[in-house]
Design a binder for this molecule. Structure first.
Ligand code: ATP
Ligand code: MG
Length: 200
């Protein structure tokens, strides 16, 4: 089977994530896309929502798509997860699958900085999609990486989790930027709002 992995912090998941995954699935006939929230991504600060909340929201976001699945390995493992370690583990478990790692243009730029990118680029193929604000230019990448990046078209969506968190903090609507189920979760749990929450 051809498996796309859609990694991210999903803090919260939004329609940009879903469109990216669907564009990649459609363009390369992926059998499934596994959404994998990361625990503490190496390049990011602490998330606003807990791992359990991000997992629950992501699961809610993709519910109903027959080919989308949730993958909780990195959150279950805890600590800092490097993609190379996760991918080694997945390939040990599923030696017959072909893996594709789906990323937005802002991540494509940073591929040369990913841990053990040489081995990662040997183990899988990246699928890159456009994102407003970043030029997706494979010519900037070393050949051994660029040759392992496929591109998929999608309607560009200028939405980020950061903007959604900011809008919530300002009391603005995020309806239609996130799936309804995510909106309900965020409202019910008071996530990203002005009121401090007790988080343990
Ligand atoms: P944050 O603002 O917190 O960084 P984000 O919206 O960038 O959140 P992430 O969880 O960081 O979301 O991203 C996960 C993956 O989805 C990354 O590969 C990122 O490039 C991609 N992605 C997220 N939003 C978009 C978008 N609107 N268009 C294209 N790719 C996107
Ligand atoms: Mg991001």
């Amino acid at each position: 089977m051809k498996i796309g992995i859609m990694g991210g912090t999903f803090d919260p998941p939004h329609i940009g994530h879903l469109l990216v995954a669907e564009a990649a699935r459609d363009a390369y006939s992926l059998d499934e896309v596994w959404f994998m929230p990361s625990h503490i991504p190496p390049h990011k600060q602490a998330a606003g929502a807990t791992g359990a909340e991000r997992l629950a929201m992501t699961e809610a976001a993709l519910a109903g798509h027959p080919a989308f699945r949730i993958l909780d390995v990195e959150i279950r493992k805890g600590g800092v997860s490097y993609t190379i370690d996760t991918v080694r583990g997945l390939q040990d478990l599923h030696p017959a699958h072909d893996f594709f790692f789906i990323i937005g243009a802002d991540m494509v730029e940073y591929l040369p900085k990913w841990r053990e990118i040489n081995e990662l680029a040997e183990r899988l193929t990246f699928i890159g999609v456009g994102r407003p604000g970043t030029l997706l230019d494979l010519a900037q990448l070393p050949d051994y990486i660029a040759s392992k990046v496929l591109l998929a078209d999608m309607p560009l969506v200028d939405i980020s989790s950061t903007v959604i968190r900011q809008r919530r903090a300002e009391g603005k609507s995020i309806r239609y930027m996130v799936p309804d189920a995510v909106l309900e979760f965020v409202q019910r749990s008071g996530l990203y709002g002005l009121q401090p929450r007790s988080v343990n």
